[in-house]
Design a binder for this molecule. Sequence first.
Ligand SMILES: [Fe+2]
Ligand SMILES: [Fe+2]
Length: 181
Amino acid sequence: MEERASKPNGIAVLMEFHNTVREKLKELRAIEQILVERDLSLQHDAVAKASEIAEYLQYRTPEHEKDETQTLFPKVLEKLAQLGEDETMVAQSVTLACDEHTGFRELWSQLQHWLWMITTPDALVSLEDFHFAIGAVERHMLLHFQREEQLIFRTAAKVLSHDELSEVAQAIYDRRAADIG
Ligand SMILES: [Fe+2]
Ligand SMILES: [Fe+2]
C-alpha cells in the first residue's frame, strides 16, 4: 500500500504546473498593483519578480504542453479505444487543447512585450496595455486548465490504473531528460 502511494502520478505532475501557474498569475496581478501605485521602494523587486515569472512561463509552458500532448493525451485516448468506450468528447477536447496551446503563443508575445518593457529602465510603459495583456493571458490559461482538468484529466483518472498513471509520470520525466540531453 505504501509502495502504491509513493509512485509518481502523471496527472499530479501536470497539475503541479497548472497550480504553479495559477499562483504566478496572482503574483503578476500583485506586481501590476505595485506598478500602478508607483511605490518606488517596491518597484525594483516587483520588476525583478515579473521578469522571473516571465521566464518561468516562457520556458515551462511549452514543456508542459509537450508533456500533455506526448504522454497523457495519447494514453487516455488509447485506453478509451481499448475499453471500447466513446472517445468523441475527449478527442474533441484534446484537439481544442492543442489549438489553445498555439493560441497561447500569440497572446504570450504581447504579454512578453510588456514584461520586457517594464524591465527596461526609462521605457515608456502603458500600464493599461500591461493590464490587458495580463488579463488576456490569465483568461486564456485559466480556462484552458479548467477544460483540461474537467474532461481530459478526470477521464484519465477514471480509466487509467495506478500503474498506468505512474507510467505517464515516468514518460514525462524521460521526455524531459531526453530534451535536456
Ligand atoms: Fe494544455
Ligand atoms: Fe495543462
